[in-house]
Write a protein that binds this ligand. Structure first.
Ligand code: IPM
Ligand code: MG
Length: 367
């Protein structure tokens, strides 16, 4: 039996973050009550919300709470209000700090097209129906964190901006291993993306992934694909993919693209996982792939499904509750089956509902 006093930290953040996390909180409370799980829920400010109150994107207090949690559920951060802030003070720095300091190097982004939503995608139904891709994105390296970085004045009043794309053998192998392991539980197929035609670090990526496969994962079918080609193939024939392995930046872009195949960015959950610590515990953070969507924030029209499904991933990957996770997935699917749609996935003949209606409907389907 899993112990039943585990800590879940909610970090709603900015924009639509608070509304989608609010709905997810209702779901967590349902599990506490109906499944006697007794998750210990705590909440903290992050991003712009923390800047407004404390002048920093994340306080030490919230950071240490995240370190001690069994799972962190993150909403979104950022917004136009903070665009002019100095780089190191921007809301996004909080999320990047959590990823880096909690060593959450593996970001899992499943793109599944629910059969009820084939019409919500901008692609033809036959291209996306039955789609089930898992993007494995490296999350603590590459150009997001590489040094040197920054903007400096140069001669003639001009400036020079630098970011560095850098990966080591260890970082590449560590994330490739995650992709291979997950593929063994799926269709045994990994497509690894880089730009080895123009980047030395891309050549290294390709070689190290291949070495690891040859040594430890002989049964996996491994294909290497240039990242730009992968972007194109995702639109041309997305069902050729099973697991897509990519670095931090390419993974960021390819996952937004894959999200749209499923109908809406509002549907894609993600899990960010670290290594096991000495007690066998994996640090983790769960977040919807969509951002803060400031244009629709506060209107109760956003789609809470991506965040609710992110909690489902937490049940599966951090809380050892696989059955509860699939129960939640089924409740989400049933709600779509019932014809309920938030604005982003609305189509003819369906019932348009608000963020909170969607949350309530998922809960009544759990019941
Ligand atoms: C994502 C987001 C983040 C990223 C931003 C908010 C820092 O786009 O999680 O995909 O670029 O990683
Ligand atoms: Mg992104």
């Amino acid at each position: 039996m899993p112990s039943n006093k585990r800590k879940i930290l909610l970090l709603p953040g900015d924009g639509i973050g608070p509304e989608v996390v609010r709905e997810t909180k209702k779901v967590i409370e349902w599990f506490n009550k109906k499944k006697s799980l007794d998750f210990n829920l705590d909440e903290g400010l992050i991003g712009g919300a923390a800047i407004d109150k404390h002048g920093v994107p994340i306080t030490d207090e919230v950071f240490y709470k995240a370190l001690e949690s069994d799972a962190v559920i993150f909403g979104a951060c950022g917004g136009p209000k903070y665009d002019k802030l100095e780089f190191s003070k921007k809301p996004e720095r909080a999320l990047l700090k959590l990823r880096k300091e909690l060593k959450l190097f593996a970001n899992l982004r499943p793109a599944i097209c629910f059969k009820q939503l084939v019409d919500a995608s901008s692609l033809k139904p036959e291209i996306v129906s039955g789609l089930d891709i898992l993007i494995v994105r490296e999350l603590t390296g590459g150009i997001y964190f590489g040094e040197p970085r920054g903007v400096k004045p140069i001669e003639n009043g001009e400036r020079r901006g630098v970011n560095t794309h850098v990966y080591t053998t260890k970082e590449i192998k560590r994330i490739a291993k995650v992709a291979f392991e997950l593929a063994t539980k799926r269709k045994n197929k990994v497509t690894s993306c880089e730009k080895s035609n123009v980047m030395e670090a891309g050549v290294l990526w390709r070689e190290e992934v291949q070495f690891l496969k040859d040594k430890e994962y002989k049964k996996i079918e491994l294909n290497h694909m240039l990242a730009d080609n992968c972007a194109m193939q995702l639109l041309r024939n997305p069902k050729q993919f099973d697991v897509i392995l990519a670095d931090n930046l390419f993974g960021d872009m390819l996952s937004d693209e894959a999200a749209m195949l499923t109908g809406s960015l509002g549907l894609l959950p993600s899990a960010s996982l670290g290594d096991k610590d000495k007690n066998g515990k994996t640090r983790s953070l769960y977040e919807p792939v969509h951002g803060s969507a400031p244009d629709i924030a506060g209107k109760n029209i956003s789609n809470p499904i991506a965040t609710i499904l992110s909690f489902s991933m937490a049940l599966k990957y951090s809380l050892d509750l696989e059955k509860e996770s699939s129960l939640l997935d089924k409740a989400v699917e049933k709600t779509l089956e019932d014809g309920l749609r938030t604005t982003d996935i609305m189509s003819k003949g369906k019932k348009k509902v608000s963020t909170s209606d969607m949350g309530d409907a998922i809960i009544s389907n759990l019941n």
